[in-house]
Design a protein around this ligand. Structure first.
Ligand code: 4AD
Ligand code: MG
Length: 453
C-alpha cells in the first residue's frame, strides 16, 4: 500500500526516497524553486514539497495548480520551517490529473451554503476533511464502546411495516404505480411498507433473547422540519438492555456521551484543535466540563416549573402536557443548569406507546438527554413489560394490536423489564465538533426539498 501523508508526517527519521500522492493545495514559485503544499486527506496537515527547477517533470510545474493530483518522489528531510517537522525535496514530479481555473475550492474561505452546493468536492477542504475523519473515528468508537461491554450488534431492517414512534412521519416503500394505498396487498411485500424511523422494536426482540444489544444504522423521517438539527436520513445508535430500568438506562446514556467526547479528544486531537480554533472557541472547555461532571437529572414536571418561573419570553409557550421545544431544551441546559441535562417522566400523551406507565398513571418512564448548543441528543425509555398495560397503551394511542402481535409476544413469553435509548449520531457529531448545522456533518444530506448527489 502507498504511504499516506499522515504517516510521513510522524516519521522518526529522514528517508532517502519516498513517493507521496495527493492533491495540490497551493503552489508558490520563486527563482529556481517552487513550493507545493500537498494534502491527501489522511490528516489535516499538508506535506511541504520543495521542487528545484532541475527536477524531472518540472517543465509542467505551472499545471500543478490548486486541486490538481500528483505523485511526487523525493527525499524526506528535517524542515527548517516553523510548525512542521519534515519536508520533501522532490526528485521526480508526476502530474496525474489537472484541475483548471474553474476548480471551485480556492484558498479564500467559502460559506457553508456554497460548500453544500459542491458536496462532491467539499471533503477536499480542511473543515469537511476534519468533520468526516471525526465521523469515521466516532463510528468506530461507538462499536468499541458497546463491544467492550459485550453488547451484541444487531442489524435491524431498513424496510419495515411498523411505525415505532407513532408519529406517521414515514417514507413509503412501494413498487406499485399509481395509488399504492388502493391495493397494498398486491404491493411487493403484500402490505404497506416504509423506511424505518427506528430499529427499536426489532432491537427489543433481540434484547429479550441476547440481553444487551445495540443497533447502528440509517433511519428515515419524513418530518417537514427545515431546521439546523433535523435530517430526513440520519444515523441512530440504539442500545437495548434486558433486566434494566430507567435509572440504568440514564446511566448508560451518560457514560456513552462522555466516552465519545473523550474518544474524540484523545484520537482526533489535530482535527479537534482545528474545530476549537475555527469553529467553536469554547469547544475544549465545554467538552471537558461534560466529561468531568455528572449530568443533571430532572423530572419533566420540575423542568416545566423551572421554565414557567424563568420569566423568559419563549416563542412557544410552556405548559404541562406539551412537548418541550428546542428553545426550552436549550434554556434548561445552557442557561439554567449550564450542564447536560436528562429530563425524565414525561406525560403519557406526548410519548410513544411502548414506554412504561408510571404508578401515577399520568407519566411514562421516558428520558431525553439535552446538551448545550444542540438540545436533545438522546431519547429513550424503560419499556412497558406488563402485557395488560401494553394493551391499554396501544388502545390509548389508537394502534391496532394485530399489527404488533409479535411485539406483544415478548410480554407473553418470559417478559422482563428492559430499557434503551436512541442517540442521533449527527447531533452527537455537532456537539463534539461545534459545527452548528446538521447538513455539514452528513456526507450527502437529505432534507426537505434536497436530495442532491
Ligand atoms: O427521540 P427519538 O425519536 O427516539 C426513538 O426513535 C426511539 N425509538 C429510540 C429508542 O429508544 N431506541 O430519536 C432518537 C434520537 C433523537 O434524540 C435525536 O438525537 C435523533 O434521534 N433524531 C434525529 N436526528 C436528526 N434528524 C432527525 N430528523 C431526527 N429525529 C431524531
Ligand atoms: Mg425524541
Amino acid at each position: 500500500m502507498r504511504t499516506l501523508i499522515k504517516h510521513v508526517l510522524v516519521s522518526t527519521e529522514p528517508k532517502e526516497s519516498l513517493t507521496v500522492n495527493g492533491w495540490v493545495r497551493t503552489r508558490r514559485d520563486s527563482k529556481g524553486f517552487s513550493f507545493l503544499e500537498l494534502n491527501d486527506g489522511s490528516c489535516l496537515a499538508n506535506l511541504q514539497i520543495v521542487v528545484d527547477a532541475a527536477t524531472p517533470g518540472y517543465d509542467r510545474i505551472t499545471e500543478f495548480t490548486t486541486g490538481a493530483s500528483a505523485a511526487i518522489t523525493g527525499r524526506l528531510v528535517a524542515s527548517p520551517a516553523q510548525g512542521q517537522k519534515w519536508e520533501l525535496h522532490a526528485t521526480q514530479l508526476e502530474l496525474i490529473g489537472i484541475a483548471d481555473a474553474t476548480y471551485p475550492l480556492q484558498k479564500k474561505g467559502h460559506t457553508p451554503e456554497f460548500m453544500r452546493s459542491i458536496g462532491h468536492l467539499r471533503p477536499r477542504s480542511n473543515l469537511y476533511g476534519a468533520i468526516f475523519r471525526l465521523r469515521s473515528k466516532l463510528a468506530f468508537a461507538v462499536h468499541e464502546f458497546f463491544q467492550s461491554r459485550d453488547f451484541v450488534y444487531v442489524h435491524t431492517p431498513i424496510i419495515t411495516a411498523s411505525d415505532c414512534e407513532g408519529a406517521g412521519e414515514m417514507f413509503r416503500v412501494t413498487t406499485l404505480k399509481g395509488k399504492p394505498d388502493d391495493q397494498p396487498e398486491s404491493d411487493f411485500f403484500g402490505k404497506k411498507t416504509f423506511l424505518t424511523v427506528s430499529g427499536q422494536l426489532e432491537g427489543e426482540t433481540f434484547a429479550c433473547a441476547l440481553s444487551n444489544i445495540y443497533t447502528f444504522g440509517p433511519t428515515f423521517r419524513a418530518e417537514n422540519s427545515n431546521t439546523a438539527r433535523h435530517a430526513a436520513e440520519f444515523w441512530m445508535i440504539e442500545p437495548e438492555m434486558a433486566f434494566c430500568d430507567l435509572r440504568g438506562d440514564m446511566d448508560l446514556a451518560e457514560e456513552f456521551i462522555k466516552s465519545l467526547a473523550k474518544y474524540a479528544l484523545e484520537h482526533c486531537a489535530e482535527d479537534m484543535a482545528f474545530f476549537a480554533k475555527f469553529v467553536d472557541k469554547g469547544l475544549n472547555e465545554r467538552l471537558k466540563f461534560v466529561i468531568e461532571r455528572p449530568f443533571i437529572r430532572v423530572p419533566y414536571t420540575e423542568a416545566v416549573e423551572i421554565l414557567l418561573k424563568s420569566g423568559k419570553k419563549f416563542e412557544y409557550p410552556v405548559s404541562y402536557g406539551q412537548n418541550l421545544q428546542s428553545e426550552h431544551e436549550r434554556f434548561l441546559t445552557e442557561e439554567h443548569f449550564k450542564s447536560p441535562t436528562t429530563v425524565f417522566n414525561y406525560p403519557r400523551e406526548i410519548k410513544p406507546f411502548y414506554m412504561r406507565v408510571n404508578d401515577d398513571g399520568k407519566t411514562v418512564t421516558a428520558m431525553d438527554v439535552l446538551v448545550p448548543g444542540i438540545g436533545e441528543v438522546i431519547g429513550g425509555a424503560q419499556r412497558e413489560e406488563r402485557p395488560d398495560v401494553l394493551m391499554q397503551q396501544m388502545a390509548f394511542h389508537k394502534l391496532n394490536p394485530a399489527d404488533y402481535s409479535w411485539y406483544a409476544d415478548l410480554r407473553k413469553y418470559g417478559t422482563v423489564p428492559h430499557a434503551g435509548f436512541g442517540l442521533g449520531f449527527e447531533r452527537l457529531l455537532m456537539f463534539v465538533s461545534g459545527v452548528s448545522n446538521i447538513r455539514d456533518v452528513i456526507p450527502f444530506a437529505r432534507t426537505p426539498g434536497n436530495a442532491e448527489f
